[in-house]
Design a protein around this ligand. Sequence first.
Ligand SMILES: Cc1ncc(COP(=O)(O)O)c(C=O)c1O
Length: 432
Amino acid sequence: MSAVSSDTKSLAARATAVIPGGVNSGQRRVPGLEGLVVTATSGSTFTDSEGHTYTDYHSAFGPPLLGHNDPDVDGAVVNASSLTGVGVTRVEIELAERLVDAVPSLEKVLLTATGSEATFHALRLARTVTGRRHVIKFQGCYHGWHDSVAMNVISPAERVGGKDPLSQGILPEVLDATIVCRFNDADDVERALAEHDVAAIILEPIPHNIGTVLPKSGFLERLRELATKHGTILIFDEVITGFRHGLGGYQAVAGVTPDVTTLGKAMANGWPVSALGGKAELMDLFSTTPGQPAFFAGTFNGHPATTAAALATIDKLQREPVHEHVFALGERARTGLTALYERLGVRAVVSGFGSVFVTYFLEGPVESYDDLLRNDVDFFVGYRRELMKEGSFELPLNLKRSHFSYAHTDEDVDRLLVGTEAAVTRYLEQAT
Ligand SMILES: Cc1ncc(COP(=O)(O)O)c(C=O)c1O
């Protein structure tokens, strides 16, 4: 960051004195932005301790689909009771009914607090029902911090094709039990299924943790066929795509129905709630049904406040033209950015879906993670740092996507395009 005031310096120093690294998620520590202290969020913006207000396209990795501090959602939270911790509440029943109505694969659903918990339970369920050991994930997909999936997301070139754990401390047996396949390569999956006893295939139907890599026509359908043929549980991790790309998730857009689905992030517009659901015969194996084998618990599961936030979010998504609005903004940005880079003579691939957009600096096509190894990382990160000076914030980290919310406007997009041109031009001048 540019020179900062003594107040910000002292806040940053206080943070690093008592919080390891000064942040509460490794993903929030961004090179060049050490010491960034956020003091307020509102609608499409956030403000830092230096008094800079940015139009926020990072959007906390995606939850505030309606915009920060949506009054309807936050009002529902304020009016909710605190935890009861026994039996069930009316809001939990209502939310489960609404989710089952909205998402094609859900016959029954359980609530958790974070996306990682949802994917953890989904994999445990798959191993319980199949009695098998292995799971397949894809290079570039992220499903949370737990051992079976914390590997092979944004891997360096030399580790693609092997195991690339995100952490030490993972048991080698757990690492061994995860097979990493190439996204959009169904033959790779078919080979893995033939060679191993595979309990589950888990994927982001659009791998948004590496920007936006769209599934090729027929890929998701082929996974569905292969999973059915091999008796393997197909899990769509819709923690990002659910709600954001439609109330029914991307599965409703693609017309492919997984066995189990995980949801999170935009589900309650920034309040911590997540869910997993699927066929009743699978979900009934959780220990919430007496005597069943897949243990399931969580003090904050179905918390009245976050459950009420999710219900209020669904209400608003159904009542107002949220998806039309954010999809139109996404289209306007992608079209404008494509024209801009053509005019500037910059080799770029503008990708995205609906409200999500990202520009890679490489020669297309982009079909799998290995294509993204060609991305010009310095350009990707460098112009985003310059963009902050224009008042727009896209996370300056390689391959990270940007988001529109209901609070963003056409004018925001136009300012983003003008700001991007200035930022790219400055970056290129400095780079030469
Ligand atoms: C697709 C996907 N699944 C799961 C997770 C984990 O969610 P959480 O960070 O809430 O544990 C994430 C988080 O970014 C995600 O993007």
